[in-house]
Design a protein around this ligand. Sequence first.
Ligand SMILES: Cc1cc2nc3c(=O)[nH]c(=O)nc-3n(C[C@H](O)[C@H](O)[C@H](O)COP(=O)(O)OP(=O)(O)OC[C@H]3O[C@@H](n4cnc5c(N)ncnc54)[C@H](O)[C@@H]3O)c2cc1C
Length: 203
Amino acid sequence: MRRVRPGDRSWPKAADWAALRERVDGNLIAPHPLFTACELTPTGAECRDVMNNLHNPFYIGDQPAGTEVSGWFEAWSPAASAYAVKARTAAHVAAAVDFARAHRLRLVVKGGGHSYQGTSSAPDSLLIWSRAMNRIVLHEAFTPQGGPGHLTAVPAVTAEAGAMWIDLYHAVTTEAGRFVQGGGCTSVGCAGLVWSYLPSSYG
Ligand SMILES: Cc1cc2nc3c(=O)[nH]c(=O)nc-3n(C[C@H](O)[C@H](O)[C@H](O)COP(=O)(O)OP(=O)(O)OC[C@H]3O[C@@H](n4cnc5c(N)ncnc54)[C@H](O)[C@@H]3O)c2cc1C
């Protein structure tokens, strides 16, 4: 199925976007590509700010159009979505999914933005950006909801979809003195699909 793109007649009207913005409590943004400021004014302060911060993965992760990989030769290049829902609640996520379904839009999800395959970056799409959903809760005695009754309760941690591994290491290890297994790169998102290519190269 061909998804509706900007410029198509059935692309949502301004009033449709306004209705979505209301449903997501104002958290609808139009992301600019990371280097827009440099294209417009290469010697300007905004461009300098981007260039000075490019070495910082946490800065890149905080940009709605930021990707932690600069692309893959002859496969994909980073691209800003047409719009992004900076989701703060599950209701915001549901509203974005509903909107994309109703208008037949490309829908893309981004957490930490580390996808090597570029699967969290899609031109002309509506992005669900989970970075702001990073709440972490530690449990003394956890059993999965609906799990079999014989399971013994264990200490556990639950994290919202936008949490990075550094958030979990801090909450679980530094603050609670316990252990949690994650990746070596601390700005990787904990919810992103597990990357399976050459996993042995990671700690
Ligand atoms: C520089 C770098 C260092 C890395 N280091 C490590 C490492 O040390 N250890 C390791 O194990 N891996 C590492 N990886 C690989 C990394 O774990 C994977 O790329 C992982 O998929 C990244 O998740 P993310 O949330 O950061 O990425 P994203 O690009 O945000 O997401 C990856 C995929 O998951 C999907 N996704 C994200 N959130 C959700 C959600 N809530 N629901 C449904 N789908 C979702 C996205 O749409 C996308 O398809 C590294 C990658 C890079 C680029």
